[in-house]
Design a protein around this ligand. Structure first.
Ligand code: ACO
Length: 332
């Protein structure tokens, strides 16, 4: 069992594009049905950006709300981390765009790419950087994605899944680990599965060309069924090992906030824990899979509605491209 890291969430905020794509949008254009999408994924609608909106605009809006919620200004931040696989551009990092928009003094700002596990990777990274004795006290961590920019709207097996959004938390160090702490975490990757879920072109391996555009290689390619099976397996392993190593019983957990990839994947985790539906958060119905944004969107919504409160034990769990996965058990 690792040593608890004293961190608390000082503020949170979210930003969602106003444009809604419901299932009928796809039924009108592709060989699919509302029933298939609901039954296989749980998704009813998702949000997508409009011209003028991007990962950095959503991330900045979420960050401003988190600062307001924390009653802080950009000058209070010691670092900015953006978890994303849909960055503003190849470089500079999206975090630098956010820093420019927020203003404030120069601070470290960088992106972190771990796909749907990105927020948990970022949470663990930030928590270690906030350890006692560190010069950093407040880290702005944002999960922000515009999945619609890399989604092939002619591929019915992937386009129905993804949505856009961003959410930010401000993580602050605290000496009192008995009140607020990251109690246990596990983040891992298995590169042997990288071709199962990827955007093949647009990087150094396969730069943009007429061929890559003609062959639609700038879009998400996913072996859905294989990824699904692995996501269920890894989620269950993560839950079992996290609870065993932390010495925690499912009943001790106030709320599980899982990555929102598929309602059936979430349901298998809920059944493993033996928890009632109200102890496992879902919002996939309205936002689809927003990759690194889905867990902070859940955290912010639950803080706002009072579904999580100071001192609650919260379990975060995610699985995504890489393949990557992670869990974090928090005393929030
Ligand atoms: N409408 C109707 N039929 C469809 C659709 C659709 N939108 N999409 C696929 N089908 C068909 C397939 O062609 C297939 O037909 P066939 O049997 O004639 O070949 C049939 O439905 C079943 O296809 P599967 O892919 O096996 O369907 P499955 O039940 O696995 O559901 C899904 C597909 C929803 C994509 C699922 O596999 C899934 O959720 N996978 C995991 C996604 C995930 O967790 N990703 C990780 C995070 S994402 C990230 O990191 C960026």
């Amino acid at each position: 069992m690792p040593e608890p890291l004293g961190i608390r969430i000082s503020g949170s905020g979210r930003a969602l594009p106003s444009r809604v794509l419901n299932n009928q949008h796809f039924v009108d254009r592709l060989d699919t049905t509302d029933e298939w999408i609901r039954e296989r994924t749980g998704i009813l609608e998702r949000r997508v950006v409009s011209p003028g909106e991007s990962t950095a605009t959503l991330a900045t809006e979420a960050a401003r709300r988190a600062l307001e919620n924390a009653k802080m200004t950009p000058a209070d931040l010691d670092m900015i981390i953006v978890a994303t696989i849909t960055p503003e551009c190849l470089f500079p990092s999206t975090a630098c765009f956010v820093q420019q928009a927020l203003g404030g003094p120069p601070v470290p700002a960088f992106d972190l790419a771990a796909a749907c596990s990105g927020f948990i990777y970022g949470f663990v990274t930030a928590s270690h950087l906030l350890r006692e004795g560190s010069p950093y006290k407040n880290i702005l961590l944002i999960g922000a994605e515009t999945m619609s920019r890399i989604t092939d709207y002619e591929d019915r097996s992937t386009c129905i899944l993804f949505g856009d959004g961003a959410a930010a938390v401000i993580l602050s160090s605290t000496p009192d680990v008995s009140r607020h702490a990251l109690l246990h975490h596990r983040i891992e990757a298995e590169g042997s599965g990288l071709s199962m879920l990827a955007v093949p072109a647009g990087g150094s391996k396969l730069p943009a060309s007429k061929m890559t555009i003609d062959e639609r290689l700038h879009y998400v390619k996913m072996q859905g069924r294989e990824v699904y099976k692995l996501a269920v397996k890894r989620n269950l392993e993560l839950i079992d090992s996290t609870l065993a190593e932390a010495g925690v019983k499912p009943d001790d957990i106030a709320l599980v906030i899982p990555h929102q990839s598929n309602l059936r994947i979430i349901e298998s985790a809920r059944q493993r824990l033996g928890l009632p539906p109200d102890r496992v958060f879902t919002n996939i119905q309205k936002y689809g899979n927003t990759s690194a944004a889905s867990i902070p969107l859940g955290i912010d919504e639950c803080r706002e509605t009072g579904r999580i409160k100071d001192g609650d034990l919260i379990l975060l769990v995610a699985f995504g491209a890489g393949l990557t996965w992670g869990s974090a058990l928090l005393r929030i």
